[in-house]
Design a protein around this ligand. Structure first.
Ligand code: HEM
Length: 525
């Protein structure tokens, strides 16, 4: 979820055209919301506060930050130590770089996540949710225990359907006419070529969409909400998502006609009453609609909140995108994971049965797949675990040194700062799919308890995301051969820090071919 985009905001602020930025500053100053003379801290560093990173008198550290977020933080860490304060436009962020601080960080009662979340709901979705803490708790409950099983059962069926649809589609209908030429130069009717994003939008995206929103039970009423289908939703969601950061900094939606248009389409959803009746609609959607009904919210608010829920699930889509990219890019990785899966299937598959069942626990028992998933999160996370500081607070570092962090500032732990730390992860820029198999990692000679920070501490969807991601990959590896055409390379967009999973700068083409005689993988409750 883009809950933590404060830092990126400044980054975007810096990158906006001068005119837009000036307009923004002017508007803010005149509306009295922000005064840059207030933004520039007059009393400088108080005793016992973390050191400040020097910056421009107006932008603070925005330019350094936007140039390369992780490098900037790592350089500051080398110069000033594991805790320091930066300024991005008029906001101060105390950045805590030592991963051993995690346990303390998440326990500080004056570090408030809801204030951050509230801003996102307000700025991006124009939503003021009544009793929002209660709703968050109720949603989190629906992502645990028996609900996980039901969700996975639904998700697995949708994955299966999407793969069946994909296999059925004729190669002639793929977006590239050269689809039948494989990279060896041999022609094969089986190989198909798509943009990776398109492939994912036909498989992972509908699986997530239907798992959340279910399917219509009244096809005759479909006409009214014909835009509420994965294809249209995907295209418009993607478009709207591009403007998230701009909206978050408070720029009005109407400045972006494309975003307005996309949002208009995204809001063409079934009524809440009809949504509740859809076949297989998720508990997350049900509980939030009921909450909104109880608190007298409008239908528009409900539709907007449905987008918020989809938005947090979209991280799983992005993580899966990178996994598929890495599988197709490196045949050694694909081979290793194929072997691991194949062995598990063979152990279960008596007499060449057509389907093989896996339980929830078994999905978690693939060491290589697990390591591969973690390595993908390590490489492509942009999470900034951000908390609003509600009172002046003493923060104790593992060394015992205490710092006072200020009320009104933000406290941040940066996932990529840890994930790209060469002391923890050797050759952090290199993707090593076996990195996490039976290994322990150390910082300052002490073993780390937490290694992957992509989910922060509060993401209630972590388990679902991991299970869904792994199940999707197991099915893909089981059912398709994959490869990248020569010269195709995707890079993460490092300007998008604050997005939990970074989007790619550019998309790539991918070749894929259904595997003959592959068994069907079934999820067993
Ligand atoms: C790869 C996938 C995902 C990543 C990387 C991710 C990451 C995050 C992060 C970093 C936060 C902020 C937590 C913090 O600052 O401590 C968050 C919050 C949240 N995430 Fe996720 N998330 C993912 C998938 C999901 C899924 C699948 C769901 C729902 C099914 C979900 C639901 C939420 C919710 C509801 C919050 C707000 C928490 C609250 O209200 O207390 N996330 N997520």
């Amino acid at each position: 979820m883009l809950l933590l985009e404060e830092i990126t905001n400044a980054q975007v602020g810096w990158r906006l055209t001068r005119l837009t930025l000036c307009t923004y500053l002017f508007a803010k100053a005149h509306s009295g919301i922000v005064s840059f003379s207030q933004g520039y801290r007059q009393d400088r560093v108080r005793k016992s506060e973390p050191p400040y990173v020097p910056g421009h008198f107006l932008w603070g550290n925005s330019a350094q930050f936007s140039k390369h977020h992780v490098r900037f933080l790592q350089t500051s860490q080398k110069q000033l130590g594991d805790i320091f304060t930066i300024r991005l436009l008029n906001h101060y962020f105390t950045v805590i770089m030592d991963p051993h601080c995690y346990e303390t960080f998440v326990k500080v009662k004056n570090f408030d996540f809801f204030a951050i979340m509230h801003q996102v709901l307000n700025n991006v979705f124009a939503l003021e949710v009544k009793s929002s803490r209660k709703l968050s708790i109720e949603i989190a409950k629906r992502l645990k225990g028996m609900y996980v099983n039901t969700t996975m059962d639904n998700f697995a069926k949708h994955v299966q359907n999407s793969f069946t649809d994909l296999t059925k589609t004729s190669a002639m209908t793929t977006s590239d006419c050269n689809a039948n030429i494989n990279t060896d130069g041999n022609t094969s009717v089986d190989w198909r070529r798509e943009m990776l994003f398109t492939l994912m939008s036909k498989t992972m995206f509908p699986s997530l969409f239907y798992t959340l929103f279910g399917r219509s039970v009244d096809p005759s009423g479909e006409e009214k909400t014909k835009n509420f289908c994965p294809k249209v939703f995907h295209d418009n969601f993607n478009l709207f998502h591009k403007y998230f950061t701009y909206l978050w900094i408070g720029l009005p939606l109407k400045l972006f006609p494309q975003a307005v248009e996309a949002l208009t389409v995204l809001l063409q959803q079934p009524t809440s009453h009809n949504m509740l009746r859809r076949d297989g609609v998720s508990e997350q959607i049900k509980v939030s609609i009921n909450h909104f009904h109880q608190h007298g919210h409008s239908e528009q608010d409900i539709a907007l909140y449905n987008l918020v829920i989809f938005h947090v699930n979209y991280n799983t889509f992005r993580a899966a995108y990178w996994c598929v990219y890495k599988l197709a890019e490196d045949p050694r990785i694909l081979k290793d994971l194929e072997r691991e899966l194949h062995e598990a299937i063979e152990m279960k598959r008596a007499d060449g049965e057509e389907s093989v069942a896996f339980t929830l626990a078994e999905i978690g028992e693939f060491p290589l797949l697990d390591s591969f998933w973690k390595e993908t999160l390590r490489m492509y996370s942009g999470t900034l675990m951000t908390r609003y500081i509600t009172e002046d607070t003493e923060f104790e570092m593992p060394s015992g040194q205490k710092y006072t962090v200020r009320k009104g500032d933000r406290a941040v732990m940066c996932a990529a700062g840890v994930h790209m730390d060469p002391e923890i992860f050797e050759d952090p820029e290199v993707f090593k799919h076996k990195r996490f198999v039976n290994t322990t990692f150390y910082k300052y000679g002490k073993e780390l308890k937490k290694l992957i920070f992509s989910f922060g501490s509060l993401c209630p969807g972590q388990r679902s995301a991991i299970l869904q991601g792994k199940w999707f990959l197991m099915n893909l590896i089981n059912s398709f051969s994959l490869q990248l055409p020569e010269g195709q390379k995707a890079e993460p967009n490092t300007e998008k820090y604050g997005n939990e999973i970074l989007p790619p700068v550019n998309d790539v083409q991918i070749d894929f071919r259904p595997k003959e005689g592959a068994p069907v993988l079934v999820y067993s409750k």
